[in-house]
Design a protein around this ligand. Sequence first.
Ligand code: MG
Length: 308
Amino acid sequence: MTTPARRRAGRRAESVAMSERIIENYLIDMDGVLVHEEHPIAGADAFIAGVIAAGLGFLVLTNNSIYTARDLSARLSRSGLEIPPERIWTSALATALFLHTQRPGGSAYVVGEAGLTTALHDIGYVLSDSSPDYVVLGETRTYSFEAITRAVRLVRDGARFIATNPDPTGPSVEGLLPATGAVAAMITKATGVTPYFVGKPNPLMMRSALNTLSAHSETTVVIGDRMDTDVVAGLEAGMDTVLVLSGITTHADIERFPYRPSAVVDSIARVPVGRDVHTIDGALTGATRRPAPTAPADDTAPRHTTQS
Ligand SMILES: [Mg+2]
């Protein structure tokens, strides 16, 4: 006989049974975790400062491909958060790295903004509208019919279709905006070709962030506010995940998904900084360091590097 109380108790036991891992790196979603639009979320600055002081690694993640890491660093600074550009990982950077590993020195026709064009230039890509290897679609607020027409014709002619992120809409102060996924659907309708989406929930976004940090999934935690992007992508990339309730997801939403985060906390202010992490009642606890010599065998794997 399962009573509601018993079901709650069952959930409790599962939460306590969560893995205990040595945490050396954090992948931190930006919107809804560190900031709301322009406004910082309470405790975000202290958390970042704590991670830096502890000598742990981190990257701030965003699916938004409009801005360069330098732009985003400046925007976060205006919100009171000091995040160096090299600590920011966008879907545009992940897309550029993906294309570089797939087809180094290739060419692309880009519908997007500086965040995407700069990332592709920096990685050695040529931007061209003449028989490019790829059509790459990113977030932009200045779509033109001409650019979409060009993209459609190039895809029809055989260019491979890539999009930075699948989000159908994005937020703005005035209300929601159509985003990359919506424009991708228009090109798909006209061509019959669906793009390969690089950003979350594709775990590729998480894997490339891990590689950039020279981090291992078993010692890295994802902190995010969305079940259908941050949590599922972190899970599929082999990481523990922390869902914060300071963004889009409420406690009631969580049980509707076929997967669950490792822990749920009100906000990033409740995430302890440290090497040991385990969950009690679905909340994170623990911030003490373990002696390094007893580290598991995986820590000696070639890809693992100690943080500086
Ligand atoms: Mg978010």
